[in-house]
Design a protein around this ligand. Structure first.
Ligand SMILES: C[S@@+](CC[C@H](N)C(=O)[O-])C[C@H]1O[C@@H](n2cnc3c(N)ncnc32)[C@H](O)[C@@H]1O
Length: 289
């Protein structure tokens, strides 16, 4: 925040204007919005407050904290990790670099999952690779009688997911389990849902640096062709799915055919691929006969 004499007063308006220009020059796509979000976070107020008090001066301590956060953003730390929070299907979730930043496509998947389970019956659902917990927690929040088992191999992700279950008051209906996919899973489920790592290992180096350098590799790396994790999941579904139960997977564009074939090989039926709002192949749904 150069260009001004030390000790000059910086107001909310000054800081936002300065940061917008700085972010724009750094190639950040929504510079004004991000500046507002980060300043509101630093001052522990909501964004509206910034509009209501544009002349509010910042203390030197607030300026120093904001400067640090702006620096990290310019260096590529994703906004969601800096503010430590995201909204997903209308709920709040805490977030740290130990868990993937939830994507809008996954909101689309959860909306499909909500249509697959009845609201008025006891059901059991398995969320494989729960990360920050968004899928399982939304299902528990919006389906009052579902019991969730949420699995991850990452201890750090499971800690974040547990915090999020507490935050959204659904801990009594979610069991968190540290497991390599099905290894420690017991029982059968009406719905198995997963957003597994599905980026082809050969493509990892082409991901934007914000993703590649900041999000957990274990959440992205789908092995050769991006379908190794899915293949492991396919290998265990029959044993853990109730007859007539459903498998719902998020996949990468172009994986529809290999994944469908994989699921048919293990005996699942009515396998279909659906597209997301950007018209990309994104979901596979299959049924246990
Ligand atoms: C793409 S992220 C999805 C996270 C979250 N469900 C979401 O949609 O935002 C994949 C998750 O699978 C987990 N994972 C990777 N390998 C695993 C394994 N062998 N067993 C269980 N979970 C695994 C990762 O730790 C990560 O949290």
């Amino acid at each position: 925040m150069g260009g001004r004499t030390l000790g000059a007063t910086w107001t909310v308006r000054d800081i936002l204007n300065w940061t917008r220009t700085y972010f724009k020059e750094a190639g950040i796509v929504q510079p004004r919005l991000e500046a507002e979000i980060l300043l509101a976070h630093t001052l522990s107020v909501d964004r509206l407050h910034l509009y209501l008090s544009p002349d509010r001066p910042l203390t030197p301590e607030e300026r120093a904290r904001f400067r640090e956060i702006v620096k990290k953003r310019k260096q590529g730390t994703p906004l969601q990790y800096l503010v430590g929070e995201v909204q997903f299907l209308g709920l709040r979730f805490r977030l740290r670099p130990g868990a993937l930043i939830p994507r809008p496509e996954t909101e689309e998947m959860v909306m499909r999952a909500l249509r697959l389970l009845p609201r008025d019956q006891d059901t059991a659902c398995l969320d494989l690779g729960t990360g920050s917990g968004v899928i399982g927690i939304c299902l528990a929040k919006y389906l009052p009688r579902v019991m969730i088992t949420a699995v991850d191999t990452s201890t750090e992700a499971l800690e974040i997911a547990q915090e999020n279950a507490d935050l959204n008051q659904v801990s009594d209906r979610i069991t968190f389990l540290e497991s390599d996919w099905f290894e420690r899973v017991e029982g059968v489920f009406d719905l198995i849902v997963s957003n597994p790592p599905y980026v082809a290992r050969e493509e990892l180096s082409h991901l934007p640096s914000e993703v590649r350098n900041h999000e957990p590799r274990v959440a992205l790396d789908g092995g050769k062709g991006g379908v190794e994790a899915i293949s492991r999941i396919a290998g265990g579904v029959r044993e853990h799915m109730r007859r007539g139960g459903t498998l719902l997977l998020e996949i990468g564009d172009g994986q529809g055919q290999p994944v469908s074939e994989m699921l048919e090989r293990v005996g699942l039926v009515d396998v279909r691929v659906e597209r997301d709002l950007s018209e990309k192949e994104r979901f596979v749904i299959a049924r246990c006969p």
